[in-house]
Write a protein that binds this ligand. Structure first.
Ligand code: LLP
Length: 435
Protein backbone atom coordinates (compact mmCIF):
# COMPACT_ATOMS: atom_id res chain seq x y z
CA UNK A 1 0.00 0.00 0.00
CA UNK A 2 1.21 3.51 -0.75
CA UNK A 3 0.02 7.02 -0.02
CA UNK A 4 -0.66 8.19 -3.58
CA UNK A 5 -4.43 8.11 -3.76
CA UNK A 6 -7.17 9.98 -5.56
CA UNK A 7 -9.46 12.22 -3.54
CA UNK A 8 -12.45 13.60 -5.38
CA UNK A 9 -10.75 12.82 -8.66
CA UNK A 10 -7.43 14.53 -7.88
CA UNK A 11 -4.22 12.69 -7.04
CA UNK A 12 -2.82 13.33 -3.59
CA UNK A 13 0.58 12.51 -2.14
CA UNK A 14 -0.44 12.00 1.48
CA UNK A 15 -2.37 15.23 2.18
CA UNK A 16 -0.90 17.34 -0.61
CA UNK A 17 -2.51 17.67 -4.05
CA UNK A 18 0.03 16.63 -6.65
CA UNK A 19 -1.20 19.32 -9.06
CA UNK A 20 -0.31 21.88 -6.41
CA UNK A 21 3.25 20.62 -6.25
CA UNK A 22 3.42 20.70 -10.06
CA UNK A 23 2.29 24.32 -9.98
CA UNK A 24 4.98 25.24 -7.45
CA UNK A 25 7.88 23.15 -8.76
CA UNK A 26 7.17 22.69 -12.47
CA UNK A 27 7.35 19.37 -14.28
CA UNK A 28 8.78 16.79 -14.44
CA UNK A 29 9.48 15.99 -10.79
CA UNK A 30 9.82 13.04 -8.47
CA UNK A 31 7.62 12.98 -5.41
CA UNK A 32 8.29 10.76 -2.38
CA UNK A 33 5.96 9.95 0.49
CA UNK A 34 7.42 9.83 3.99
CA UNK A 35 4.54 7.73 5.34
CA UNK A 36 5.06 5.10 2.64
CA UNK A 37 8.81 4.90 3.26
CA UNK A 38 8.16 4.49 6.97
CA UNK A 39 5.47 1.89 6.41
CA UNK A 40 7.71 -0.24 4.19
CA UNK A 41 10.57 -0.07 6.67
CA UNK A 42 8.25 -1.19 9.47
CA UNK A 43 6.92 -4.06 7.34
CA UNK A 44 10.41 -5.57 7.29
CA UNK A 45 10.88 -4.84 10.95
CA UNK A 46 7.70 -6.74 11.76
CA UNK A 47 8.37 -9.54 9.26
CA UNK A 48 11.69 -10.30 10.93
CA UNK A 49 10.48 -9.83 14.47
CA UNK A 50 12.05 -12.24 16.92
CA UNK A 51 15.34 -12.26 15.01
CA UNK A 52 18.11 -9.85 15.93
CA UNK A 53 18.07 -8.25 12.48
CA UNK A 54 19.49 -4.94 11.30
CA UNK A 55 17.75 -3.55 8.23
CA UNK A 56 20.47 -1.99 6.11
CA UNK A 57 18.56 -0.03 3.46
CA UNK A 58 20.27 -0.34 0.05
CA UNK A 59 21.18 3.29 -0.60
CA UNK A 60 21.56 2.71 -4.34
CA UNK A 61 17.77 2.49 -4.70
CA UNK A 62 17.23 6.10 -3.66
CA UNK A 63 20.05 8.02 -2.06
CA UNK A 64 18.36 11.37 -1.48
CA UNK A 65 19.46 12.62 1.94
CA UNK A 66 15.86 13.31 2.95
CA UNK A 67 14.98 9.67 2.22
CA UNK A 68 18.05 8.39 4.09
CA UNK A 69 17.29 10.61 7.06
CA UNK A 70 13.67 9.38 7.14
CA UNK A 71 14.84 5.77 7.35
CA UNK A 72 17.87 6.40 9.54
CA UNK A 73 15.64 8.00 12.17
CA UNK A 74 13.71 4.74 12.40
CA UNK A 75 16.94 2.88 13.16
CA UNK A 76 17.82 1.75 9.65
CA UNK A 77 21.39 0.99 8.73
CA UNK A 78 22.70 1.36 5.19
CA UNK A 79 24.09 -0.93 2.53
CA UNK A 80 26.44 1.15 0.40
CA UNK A 81 28.47 0.36 -2.71
CA UNK A 82 30.74 3.38 -3.02
CA UNK A 83 32.48 6.00 -0.92
CA UNK A 84 29.90 8.46 -2.24
CA UNK A 85 27.01 6.41 -0.86
CA UNK A 86 28.91 5.93 2.40
CA UNK A 87 29.26 9.70 2.67
CA UNK A 88 25.55 10.11 2.02
CA UNK A 89 24.68 7.68 4.81
CA UNK A 90 26.95 9.54 7.24
CA UNK A 91 25.54 12.90 6.13
CA UNK A 92 22.04 11.63 6.89
CA UNK A 93 23.10 10.65 10.41
CA UNK A 94 23.51 6.89 9.87
CA UNK A 95 26.71 6.02 11.75
CA UNK A 96 29.44 3.80 10.31
CA UNK A 97 28.55 1.07 12.81
CA UNK A 98 25.32 0.63 10.87
CA UNK A 99 26.90 0.71 7.41
CA UNK A 100 27.68 -2.38 5.32
CA UNK A 101 30.06 -1.77 2.43
CA UNK A 102 29.22 -4.03 -0.54
CA UNK A 103 30.44 -4.02 -4.13
CA UNK A 104 32.73 -5.89 -6.44
CA UNK A 105 35.34 -3.21 -7.10
CA UNK A 106 36.08 -1.27 -3.93
CA UNK A 107 39.29 0.74 -4.32
CA UNK A 108 42.06 1.21 -1.77
CA UNK A 109 40.81 4.72 -1.09
CA UNK A 110 37.27 3.44 -0.48
CA UNK A 111 38.49 0.70 1.87
CA UNK A 112 40.52 3.27 3.82
CA UNK A 113 37.51 5.54 4.03
CA UNK A 114 35.36 2.69 5.35
CA UNK A 115 37.89 1.67 8.02
CA UNK A 116 38.41 5.29 9.07
CA UNK A 117 34.66 5.63 9.55
CA UNK A 118 34.05 2.61 11.78
CA UNK A 119 32.33 0.57 9.09
CA UNK A 120 30.16 -2.19 10.51
CA UNK A 121 31.18 -4.75 7.91
CA UNK A 122 32.88 -5.01 4.55
CA UNK A 123 31.40 -7.62 2.24
CA UNK A 124 34.43 -8.98 0.42
CA UNK A 125 33.84 -10.31 -3.09
CA UNK A 126 37.23 -11.71 -4.18
CA UNK A 127 40.63 -12.95 -3.06
CA UNK A 128 42.52 -9.87 -4.31
CA UNK A 129 40.06 -7.66 -2.43
CA UNK A 130 40.67 -9.68 0.74
CA UNK A 131 44.43 -9.26 0.33
CA UNK A 132 44.19 -5.53 -0.32
CA UNK A 133 41.84 -5.03 2.62
CA UNK A 134 44.21 -6.87 4.94
CA UNK A 135 47.07 -4.67 3.77
CA UNK A 136 45.02 -1.46 4.14
CA UNK A 137 43.83 -2.45 7.62
CA UNK A 138 47.37 -3.24 8.80
CA UNK A 139 48.60 0.09 7.46
CA UNK A 140 45.91 1.84 9.52
CA UNK A 141 46.49 -0.30 12.60
CA UNK A 142 42.91 -1.49 12.24
CA UNK A 143 41.15 -4.81 11.96
CA UNK A 144 38.55 -5.01 9.18
CA UNK A 145 35.22 -6.73 10.03
CA UNK A 146 34.55 -8.98 7.04
CA UNK A 147 31.70 -10.99 5.60
CA UNK A 148 32.31 -12.83 2.36
CA UNK A 149 29.75 -12.47 -0.35
CA UNK A 150 29.32 -15.98 -1.64
CA UNK A 151 27.89 -16.70 -5.07
CA UNK A 152 25.59 -19.72 -4.70
CA UNK A 153 25.02 -20.22 -8.46
CA UNK A 154 21.26 -19.96 -8.09
CA UNK A 155 18.96 -18.58 -10.75
CA UNK A 156 16.98 -15.72 -9.21
CA UNK A 157 14.48 -15.85 -12.13
CA UNK A 158 14.61 -12.12 -12.68
CA UNK A 159 15.76 -9.84 -15.53
CA UNK A 160 19.25 -10.90 -16.67
CA UNK A 161 20.69 -7.42 -16.02
CA UNK A 162 19.75 -7.53 -12.33
CA UNK A 163 20.49 -11.18 -11.66
CA UNK A 164 23.64 -11.54 -9.53
CA UNK A 165 23.77 -15.03 -8.03
CA UNK A 166 24.67 -17.17 -11.04
CA UNK A 167 28.22 -18.48 -11.40
CA UNK A 168 28.58 -16.52 -14.66
CA UNK A 169 27.85 -13.18 -12.90
CA UNK A 170 30.73 -10.98 -11.74
CA UNK A 171 29.55 -11.03 -8.14
CA UNK A 172 30.83 -12.85 -5.07
CA UNK A 173 33.19 -15.68 -4.33
CA UNK A 174 32.50 -19.07 -5.92
CA UNK A 175 30.69 -21.28 -3.43
CA UNK A 176 33.28 -24.08 -3.68
CA UNK A 177 36.10 -21.62 -3.07
CA UNK A 178 34.57 -20.04 0.02
CA UNK A 179 35.97 -22.45 2.70
CA UNK A 180 39.53 -21.93 1.45
CA UNK A 181 39.15 -18.13 1.48
CA UNK A 182 37.59 -18.17 4.94
CA UNK A 183 40.56 -20.17 6.24
CA UNK A 184 42.90 -17.68 4.62
CA UNK A 185 40.98 -14.73 6.08
CA UNK A 186 40.94 -16.28 9.55
CA UNK A 187 44.74 -16.22 9.53
CA UNK A 188 45.12 -12.62 8.43
CA UNK A 189 46.07 -10.10 11.13
CA UNK A 190 44.09 -7.27 9.57
CA UNK A 191 40.87 -9.24 9.10
CA UNK A 192 38.17 -10.35 11.54
CA UNK A 193 35.64 -12.71 10.00
CA UNK A 194 32.15 -11.72 11.14
CA UNK A 195 29.74 -13.32 8.71
CA UNK A 196 28.49 -14.70 5.42
CA UNK A 197 26.57 -12.72 2.79
CA UNK A 198 24.52 -13.54 -0.28
CA UNK A 199 22.60 -11.32 -2.69
CA UNK A 200 21.28 -13.21 -5.70
CA UNK A 201 19.46 -10.46 -7.57
CA UNK A 202 16.81 -7.80 -7.58
CA UNK A 203 13.05 -7.75 -8.23
CA UNK A 204 12.64 -11.37 -7.12
CA UNK A 205 9.02 -12.42 -7.36
CA UNK A 206 9.43 -15.94 -6.04
CA UNK A 207 10.76 -17.14 -2.68
CA UNK A 208 12.08 -20.41 -4.05
CA UNK A 209 15.49 -19.10 -5.29
CA UNK A 210 15.97 -17.37 -1.92
CA UNK A 211 15.24 -20.60 -0.14
CA UNK A 212 17.77 -22.47 -2.29
CA UNK A 213 20.45 -19.83 -1.72
CA UNK A 214 19.83 -19.56 2.02
CA UNK A 215 19.93 -23.35 2.43
CA UNK A 216 23.34 -23.36 0.77
CA UNK A 217 24.36 -20.52 3.07
CA UNK A 218 23.29 -22.53 6.06
CA UNK A 219 25.31 -25.55 4.89
CA UNK A 220 28.34 -23.31 4.42
CA UNK A 221 28.01 -21.84 7.91
CA UNK A 222 27.85 -25.34 9.41
CA UNK A 223 30.89 -26.37 7.45
CA UNK A 224 32.90 -23.28 8.43
CA UNK A 225 32.02 -23.64 12.08
CA UNK A 226 33.02 -27.33 12.01
CA UNK A 227 36.32 -25.99 10.66
CA UNK A 228 36.65 -23.75 13.72
CA UNK A 229 35.59 -20.47 12.08
CA UNK A 230 32.62 -18.97 13.96
CA UNK A 231 30.05 -17.10 11.86
CA UNK A 232 28.07 -14.81 14.15
CA UNK A 233 26.35 -12.81 11.36
CA UNK A 234 24.14 -13.74 8.45
CA UNK A 235 23.64 -11.10 5.73
CA UNK A 236 20.56 -12.03 3.71
CA UNK A 237 21.08 -9.42 0.94
CA UNK A 238 18.15 -7.61 -0.66
CA UNK A 239 16.09 -8.19 -3.75
CA UNK A 240 12.48 -8.75 -2.73
CA UNK A 241 10.32 -7.58 -5.62
CA UNK A 242 7.48 -5.05 -5.72
CA UNK A 243 4.23 -5.04 -7.72
CA UNK A 244 4.88 -2.80 -10.74
CA UNK A 245 1.34 -3.23 -11.93
CA UNK A 246 -1.98 -3.91 -10.31
CA UNK A 247 -2.80 -6.46 -12.99
CA UNK A 248 -0.39 -9.24 -12.03
CA UNK A 249 -0.15 -11.56 -9.09
CA UNK A 250 1.71 -9.53 -6.42
CA UNK A 251 5.16 -10.77 -5.33
CA UNK A 252 5.55 -12.44 -1.93
CA UNK A 253 5.17 -10.10 1.03
CA UNK A 254 7.93 -9.39 3.55
CA UNK A 255 5.89 -11.39 6.04
CA UNK A 256 6.15 -14.58 3.92
CA UNK A 257 9.80 -13.86 3.30
CA UNK A 258 10.39 -13.53 7.06
CA UNK A 259 8.66 -16.85 7.73
CA UNK A 260 10.87 -18.55 5.13
CA UNK A 261 14.03 -17.05 6.67
CA UNK A 262 13.04 -18.30 10.12
CA UNK A 263 12.34 -21.76 8.73
CA UNK A 264 15.59 -22.09 6.74
CA UNK A 265 17.73 -20.83 9.60
CA UNK A 266 15.94 -22.78 12.34
CA UNK A 267 18.43 -23.48 15.11
CA UNK A 268 20.51 -20.45 14.10
CA UNK A 269 18.25 -17.71 15.45
CA UNK A 270 20.85 -16.74 18.01
CA UNK A 271 22.95 -15.09 15.26
CA UNK A 272 22.79 -11.50 14.16
CA UNK A 273 20.93 -11.11 10.88
CA UNK A 274 21.18 -8.32 8.34
CA UNK A 275 19.00 -7.58 5.35
CA UNK A 276 19.60 -5.09 2.51
CA UNK A 277 16.26 -4.14 0.94
CA UNK A 278 16.21 -1.19 -1.45
CA UNK A 279 13.38 -1.45 -3.95
CA UNK A 280 10.74 -2.72 -1.56
CA UNK A 281 11.26 0.27 0.70
CA UNK A 282 11.56 2.99 -1.92
CA UNK A 283 9.84 1.97 -5.18
CA UNK A 284 6.21 2.46 -4.26
CA UNK A 285 7.09 5.41 -2.05
CA UNK A 286 7.78 7.53 -5.13
CA UNK A 287 6.14 8.71 -8.34
CA UNK A 288 7.43 10.67 -11.32
CA UNK A 289 5.05 13.39 -12.45
CA UNK A 290 5.21 14.70 -16.02
CA UNK A 291 3.24 16.93 -18.31
CA UNK A 292 2.02 16.02 -21.79
CA UNK A 293 3.79 18.32 -24.24
CA UNK A 294 2.01 17.04 -27.35
CA UNK A 295 -0.35 14.33 -28.40
CA UNK A 296 0.80 13.36 -31.86
CA UNK A 297 -0.61 10.98 -34.42
CA UNK A 298 1.79 9.28 -36.81
CA UNK A 299 0.87 6.51 -39.23
CA UNK A 300 -2.15 5.59 -37.15
CA UNK A 301 -0.26 5.50 -33.84
CA UNK A 302 -0.97 7.94 -31.05
CA UNK A 303 2.14 9.23 -29.28
CA UNK A 304 1.97 10.89 -25.89
CA UNK A 305 5.05 13.08 -25.80
CA UNK A 306 5.91 13.93 -22.22
CA UNK A 307 8.31 16.43 -20.69
CA UNK A 308 9.97 13.56 -18.78
CA UNK A 309 12.43 11.39 -20.66
CA UNK A 310 14.79 8.45 -20.34
CA UNK A 311 17.29 10.78 -18.69
CA UNK A 312 14.82 11.06 -15.78
CA UNK A 313 13.62 7.44 -15.67
CA UNK A 314 15.77 5.00 -17.61
CA UNK A 315 14.24 1.72 -16.37
CA UNK A 316 11.90 1.17 -19.35
CA UNK A 317 14.71 1.84 -21.85
CA UNK A 318 17.28 -0.25 -19.98
CA UNK A 319 15.26 -3.22 -18.75
CA UNK A 320 12.01 -2.94 -20.73
CA UNK A 321 10.54 -2.25 -17.29
CA UNK A 322 6.84 -1.64 -16.88
CA UNK A 323 5.59 1.32 -14.84
CA UNK A 324 1.88 2.01 -14.55
CA UNK A 325 1.15 5.47 -16.00
CA UNK A 326 -1.99 7.23 -14.84
CA UNK A 327 -3.49 10.72 -15.14
CA UNK A 328 -3.16 13.06 -12.15
CA UNK A 329 -6.82 13.94 -12.65
CA UNK A 330 -8.58 10.64 -12.24
CA UNK A 331 -10.43 9.32 -15.26
CA UNK A 332 -13.89 8.04 -14.58
CA UNK A 333 -14.67 4.44 -15.39
CA UNK A 334 -16.79 5.33 -18.44
CA UNK A 335 -14.26 7.76 -19.98
CA UNK A 336 -12.94 6.69 -23.38
CA UNK A 337 -9.73 4.75 -23.46
CA UNK A 338 -7.03 5.12 -26.03
CA UNK A 339 -3.90 3.17 -26.96
CA UNK A 340 -0.72 5.25 -26.75
CA UNK A 341 3.00 4.98 -27.16
CA UNK A 342 4.23 7.04 -24.23
CA UNK A 343 7.54 8.69 -25.07
CA UNK A 344 9.95 11.40 -24.00
CA UNK A 345 11.53 14.16 -26.10
CA UNK A 346 15.04 12.63 -26.31
CA UNK A 347 16.43 11.99 -29.75
CA UNK A 348 16.42 8.24 -29.85
CA UNK A 349 13.62 5.74 -30.17
CA UNK A 350 14.76 4.06 -26.95
CA UNK A 351 13.26 7.04 -25.16
CA UNK A 352 9.98 5.17 -24.89
CA UNK A 353 8.22 4.55 -21.59
CA UNK A 354 5.42 2.34 -22.88
CA UNK A 355 4.29 0.92 -26.21
CA UNK A 356 0.67 0.42 -27.19
CA UNK A 357 -0.54 1.12 -23.66
CA UNK A 358 -4.28 1.31 -23.13
CA UNK A 359 -4.91 4.41 -21.01
CA UNK A 360 -7.63 6.95 -20.34
CA UNK A 361 -7.68 9.65 -23.01
CA UNK A 362 -4.99 12.27 -22.34
CA UNK A 363 -4.93 15.81 -23.75
CA UNK A 364 -2.09 18.24 -24.33
CA UNK A 365 -0.86 19.79 -21.02
CA UNK A 366 -2.45 17.04 -18.91
CA UNK A 367 -0.38 15.79 -15.99
CA UNK A 368 0.38 12.09 -15.78
CA UNK A 369 2.41 10.12 -13.28
CA UNK A 370 4.53 6.99 -13.24
CA UNK A 371 3.90 4.75 -10.28
CA UNK A 372 6.60 2.81 -8.43
CA UNK A 373 9.32 5.25 -9.48
CA UNK A 374 10.86 5.84 -6.04
CA UNK A 375 13.57 3.19 -6.48
CA UNK A 376 16.18 3.27 -9.24
CA UNK A 377 14.52 6.37 -10.70
CA UNK A 378 16.22 9.63 -9.70
CA UNK A 379 19.46 7.82 -8.79
CA UNK A 380 19.86 6.61 -12.36
CA UNK A 381 19.06 9.97 -13.95
CA UNK A 382 21.50 11.72 -16.25
CA UNK A 383 21.85 15.01 -18.07
CA UNK A 384 21.60 13.35 -21.49
CA UNK A 385 20.53 15.83 -24.17
CA UNK A 386 21.57 18.53 -21.64
CA UNK A 387 18.28 18.13 -19.88
CA UNK A 388 18.14 19.03 -16.19
CA UNK A 389 17.09 15.82 -14.39
CA UNK A 390 13.73 15.95 -12.62
CA UNK A 391 13.95 17.52 -9.15
CA UNK A 392 12.91 15.55 -6.07
CA UNK A 393 10.15 16.52 -3.67
CA UNK A 394 9.31 14.81 -0.41
CA UNK A 395 5.91 15.00 1.25
CA UNK A 396 5.06 14.46 4.89
CA UNK A 397 1.35 14.73 5.73
CA UNK A 398 0.29 18.18 4.45
CA UNK A 399 3.80 19.55 3.85
CA UNK A 400 6.22 19.22 0.99
CA UNK A 401 9.81 20.23 0.48
CA UNK A 402 12.08 20.24 -2.55
CA UNK A 403 14.64 17.66 -1.47
CA UNK A 404 16.78 18.22 -4.58
CA UNK A 405 16.16 21.23 -6.80
CA UNK A 406 16.12 21.22 -10.55
CA UNK A 407 19.55 22.12 -11.94
CA UNK A 408 19.68 25.40 -13.83
CA UNK A 409 21.28 25.60 -17.25
CA UNK A 410 24.08 27.61 -15.63
CA UNK A 411 24.63 24.74 -13.14
CA UNK A 412 24.96 22.30 -15.99
CA UNK A 413 27.10 24.39 -18.33
CA UNK A 414 29.19 25.71 -15.45
CA UNK A 415 30.58 22.24 -14.70
CA UNK A 416 32.51 22.10 -17.96
CA UNK A 417 35.78 23.86 -18.45
CA UNK A 418 36.98 25.46 -21.66
CA UNK A 419 40.76 24.86 -21.87
CA UNK A 420 42.83 28.00 -21.54
CA UNK A 421 44.82 27.12 -24.66
CA UNK A 422 41.93 28.50 -26.65
CA UNK A 423 42.91 31.92 -25.30
CA UNK A 424 46.61 31.50 -26.20
CA UNK A 425 46.21 29.98 -29.64
CA UNK A 426 45.77 31.88 -32.77
CA UNK A 427 42.36 31.30 -34.21
CA UNK A 428 42.86 28.57 -36.83
CA UNK A 429 42.72 29.96 -40.33
CA UNK A 430 41.10 28.05 -43.14
CA UNK A 431 43.72 26.50 -45.48
CA UNK A 432 44.65 28.81 -48.33
CA UNK A 433 43.98 27.54 -51.79
CA UNK A 434 47.38 27.02 -53.49
CA UNK A 435 46.13 25.39 -56.61
N1 LLP B 1 22.34 -5.53 -1.83
C1 LLP B 1 23.16 -5.59 -2.89
C2 LLP B 1 24.51 -6.11 -2.71
C3 LLP B 1 22.70 -5.17 -4.15
O1 LLP B 1 23.52 -5.25 -5.20
C4 LLP B 1 21.39 -4.67 -4.29
C5 LLP B 1 20.88 -4.22 -5.58
C6 LLP B 1 20.57 -4.61 -3.13
C7 LLP B 1 21.09 -5.05 -1.93
C8 LLP B 1 19.17 -4.08 -3.15
O2 LLP B 1 18.34 -4.82 -3.98
P1 LLP B 1 16.77 -4.47 -4.01
O3 LLP B 1 16.21 -4.83 -2.67
O4 LLP B 1 16.64 -3.03 -4.30
O5 LLP B 1 16.24 -5.32 -5.10
N2 LLP B 1 18.73 -0.64 -11.36
C9 LLP B 1 18.00 -1.89 -11.28
C10 LLP B 1 18.20 -2.60 -9.96
C11 LLP B 1 19.66 -2.88 -9.61
C12 LLP B 1 19.84 -3.58 -8.30
C13 LLP B 1 21.27 -3.67 -7.94
N3 LLP B 1 21.56 -4.24 -6.67
C14 LLP B 1 16.51 -1.62 -11.56
O6 LLP B 1 16.14 -0.48 -11.81
O7 LLP B 1 15.72 -2.56 -11.58
Amino acid sequence: MDHFLYRNGALYAEDVAVAEIAEAVGTPFYCYSTATLERHYRLFDEALEGLDCLICYAVKANSNLAVLKTLGRLGSGADVVSEGEFRRALAAGIPGERVIFSGVGKTRQELEFALNNDVRQINVESEPELELLNEVALSLNAVAPVSMRVNPDVDAKTHEKISTGKAENKFGIAYEDAPRLYRKAAEMQGIRVVGVDMHIGSQLTDLEPYEQAYSLMRDLIERLEADGIPIPRIDLGGGLGVPYTRDNQPPPLPFDYGAMVRRVFAGMHDREFEIEPGRLIAANAGILVAKTVYVKENAGRQFLILDAAMNDLVRPALYDAWHDIDPVNEASANDTKQTYDVVGPICESGDTFAKQRLMPKIEQNDLVFFRSAGAYGAVMASEYNTRPPAPEVIVSKDRFVIARPRLTYDDMLGKDCIPEWFEEDETPQPPTDTA
